[in-house]
Ligand binder design. Sequence first.
Ligand code: 13P
Ligand code: ZN
Length: 271
Amino acid sequence: MKILDTKFMKGFIKMADDGYQMGWHERNGGNLSYRLKPEEVEDIRQRLNDNQTWQPIGTTVPGLAGEFFLVTGSGKYFRNIKVDPEACLAIIEIDDKGENYRIRWGLVEGGRPTSELPTHLLNHAVRFRATGGKCRVIYHAHPANITALTYTIKPDAKTLTRILWQSETECAVVFPEGIGIVPWMVPGGTEIAEATARLIKHYPAVVWSYHGAFASGSSFDEAFGLMHTIEKAAEIYLKAKSVGIVNTITDDNLRVLAKAFGVTLNPAFLD
Ligand code: 13P
Ligand code: ZN
């Protein structure tokens, strides 16, 4: 099957373009990865190349040995993905130890997978375990409001989660576990990857202070929808805060909401 005609490729490109249209991907900002299903790999196997050398991932992900991922390329612009996916994206294979990757398709003009590959793969490994294998998408974006919000609070998951839960009624239903946050760190390395992975074990998304956010999901819709919900709540908070907050969603409101929607809110984040 033609790789560009597959459903997962179309879904990936649509999500990347949706993110660009939202204004979350200035220049080469942000990156996206998708773990292929075994049948999706079989459908395209004849069109994969095997002439590329193995490269170190920069971390070890034994739980992802042998998996295939569709990922954005480092330095590639989200606005160009729809126009030239073969130059902007790559399908990579992980070796049998989870230490190296090789490019099996894409990046036809050269280049390498996103500089955040260690964070993407560690997050995939952790969310795979946390969701019983359901998680397939890890998404990094630079939305303005959630990034601006990190300048106004201590980098603390309880503080951030309560602000978001109280800024839009359905937030607590969308992410009842809460949202994690890491303090400012140098992007693109193993240290920030490990700090993010420690948090994404407990939360479906993690905010990077003064930088952006990582969201996970079982589908493109779920990961995009989570990023969108977080960003919109942050926007509402900043708007309300700039005028002056006189009322809010109370903890009792949150408890009633959780009961009505059948979700369990992280008790550590309720007062
Ligand atoms: P890449 O172009 O390497 O994906 O980096 C973009 C980015 O957002 C780094 O955090
Ligand atoms: Zn970034």
